[in-house]
Design a protein around this ligand. Structure first.
Ligand code: GUN
Length: 282
């Protein structure tokens, strides 16, 4: 039976480290959080980010903009925050309303304040191995593995999914950690066979419970990035599930992340860490 990789505990450990460093150094760190419109999931995420700031003793500035805010108005705000020396990080919650070009908004953020690590400069730095912010979910997965004592170097890693936010940066990071990396996606042939080669299987495909035992080698480590709402009546009273069928996979895996309480809390903890890094660099 697989050991649980406890993201709740490890994320708490990281937030405690950030807070301790901020208090010890009397560091004045500040994150600006921008949300456009009132998408319910985004409102929850943004509130959680603000709460984490409060816990870590990071000042947060909150900009709650109306749904009909123009792209020009949003970029003008970002440029104002770029020029404000008291602001260390700028986070624009995604998705943005359809009339706003996300790419242009992300590129407007000063790379020194891009604590989400989404800009072309940050992604480029990651791929050539120079200094830059690493996007928080993949960075959090590396921390989960390392702090659970799981060795990465030399291992076969399969990343399921090729999104810009998770799959692609995840593959780059595992490569940086000296894993042998394969990325599989919707057009991959014999996908189960390829996944069964993995010592470390990282799943970020956005499909509830798609990954069953058929995808998992005996003794593999399984990291589940997905999060989906499900009917508790059909799911043993559980309201959430991941991309991995947890009950089916855990008997064969060596270690596995639960949903909730696995990868999710790590994203915010790594955001706090990025804001601290930015404040120290200032
Ligand atoms: N929307 C969903 N996840 C994220 C994230 O990590 N950062 C931002 N800015 N928006 C998101």
């Amino acid at each position: 039976m697989a050991e649980l990789i406890d993201g709740k505990r490890i994320s708490q450990e990281i937030k405690d480290e950030v807070r301790a460093e901020i208090e010890a150094g009397n560091i004045d760190a500040c994150l600006a959080v921008i949300i456009v419109g009132e998408d319910p999931a985004s409102v929850v995420y943004v509130n959680n980010k603000k709460k984490a700031c409060e816990y870590c003793k990071i000042r947060s500035l909150s900009y709650e903009l109306a749904e009909d805010t123009t792209q020009e108005e949003l970029i003008a705000l970002i440029e104002k925050l770029n020029g404000d020396d008291t602001v260390d990080g700028i986070l624009v919650q995604l998705p943005l309303p359809p009339h706003i070009n996300e790419d242009m908004v992300i590129e407007a953020i000063d790379p020194k304040k891009d604590v989400d690590g989404f800009s072309k400069r940050s992604v480029g730095a990651l791929s050539i191995g120079t200094k830059g912010f690493v996007s928080c979910t993949p960075a959090g997965i590396i921390e989960l593995l390392k702090r659970s004592g799981i060795e990465i170097a030399g291992k076969e890693c399969v990343v399921m999914g090729r999104s810009n936010i998770v799959g692609k940066p995840m593959a780059m990071l595992m490569l940086r950690e000296n894993a042998t990396v394969t990325v599989v996606h919707s057009k991959t042939r014999h996908i189960e066979d390829v996944c069964r080669r993995a010592d470390i299987l990282i799943v970020a495909i956005g499909k509830p419970k798609l990954v069953t035992q058929d995808y998992v080698k005996d003794g593999a480590v399984v990291i589940d990035v997905g999060i989906h709402r499900v009917d508790p009546e059909e799911n043993n009273g559980k309201k959430l599930c991941g991309d991995v069928d947890f009950d089916d996979v855990s008997p064969v895996a060596d270690a596995i992340t639960p949903v909730p309480g696995g990868v999710g809390p790590m994203t915010i903890a790594m955001l706090m860490k990025n804001v601290l890094i930015s404040a120290k660099d200032r």
